[in-house]
Design a protein around this ligand. Structure first.
Ligand code: NAP
Length: 228
């Protein structure tokens, strides 16, 4: 028996990476999945993959930067039992190098769109007796990382919204959680290249400092590359 038979889910950013994996997992469990994104070709590909595996899916073209698009999406998804606020943009750059437009896009997609979706959909979940909202956040929301100020701040806002919605809608039957994936290779992080992707920065932070010069070996030292 599939655990989510008869349930409906909306996964924003279901056209790529983590959102696509979430949409496919929900469909495998029997949910009918609505995926949103801007890229119609990738949307059609995900729908086809889900249907080929025996699941049910539909793609809705939505630009989450546009509040009108978000409202239309919320209207079309009014009956969903599961809302996954996954779509996100993650600009990398020093604060003084990020444009105002980039900041606005980051907050529109990462914060305002989930806010408008939850505001429209959570009360309907309450009216139907329950539901679940899952917000995708990141460890960059927890501590300051160079190059990720706007992204980290937007996801910190999402982390707080998660707690606020849990307080507001939790007692009325809506389960609200945040999921914070570790560095994950996706089309989005691939497009950033190795030098700028947050994961490689993290690995760099976590690694011990590289010595500037190899220490000199005495004649009694074992040859390099051999365990002692
Ligand atoms: P991704 O491969 O770049 O996918 C991003 C998704 O967001 C795409 O489906 C894209 O859809 C959608 N999207 C972006 N801007 C949009 C807009 N204006 N309107 C509508 N949809 C938009 O990214 P990912 O790595 O899977 O990341 C997914 C989520 O996980 C993000 O919230 C990210 O912050 C979070 N996260 C990722 C990592 C990681 O290491 N990958 C770690 C922690 C958290 P279209 O291209 O079709 O518009």
């Amino acid at each position: 028996m599939q655990e989510l038979s008869g349930r409906r889910a909306l996964v924003t950013g279901g056209t790529s990476g983590i959102g696509r994996a979430a949409a496919e997992a929900l469909a495998r469990e029997g949910a009918r999945v609505l995926i949103s994104g801007r890229n119609e070709a990738r949307g059609a590909e995900v729908v086809a993959a889900i249907e080929t595996s025996g699941g049910e899916a539909e793609f809705v073209r939505t630009d989450l930067e546009s509040p009108d698009d978000v409202r239309a999406l919320a209207e079309g998804a009014a009956e969903v039992d599961i809302l996954v606020n996954n779509a996100g943009v993650f600009p990398v750059g020093a604060t003084h190098e990020l444009s105002e437009a980039t900041f606005d896009e980051t907050f529109a997609v990462n914060v305002k769109a989930p806010f408008l979706l939850a505001a429209a959909i959570a009360p309907k979940m309450v009216a139907r007796g329950g539901g679940a909202i899952i917000n995708v956040t990141t460890m960059a929301a927890e501590f300051g990382m160079p190059g990720l100020s706007a992204y980290g701040a937007s996801k910190a806002a999402v982390a707080l919204l998660t707690k606020a919605w849990a307080a507001e809608y939790g007692p009325k039957g809506v389960r609200v959680n945040a999921v914070s994936p570790g560095p994950t290779t996706t089309p989005g992080t691939d497009a950033m290249g190795d030098d700028s992707r947050p994961s490689s920065r993290l690995f760099r932070l976590a690694a011990p400092p590289t010595p500037k010069r190899s220490p000199r070996r005495s004649s009694s030292s074992p040859p390099a590359g051999r365990a002692t």
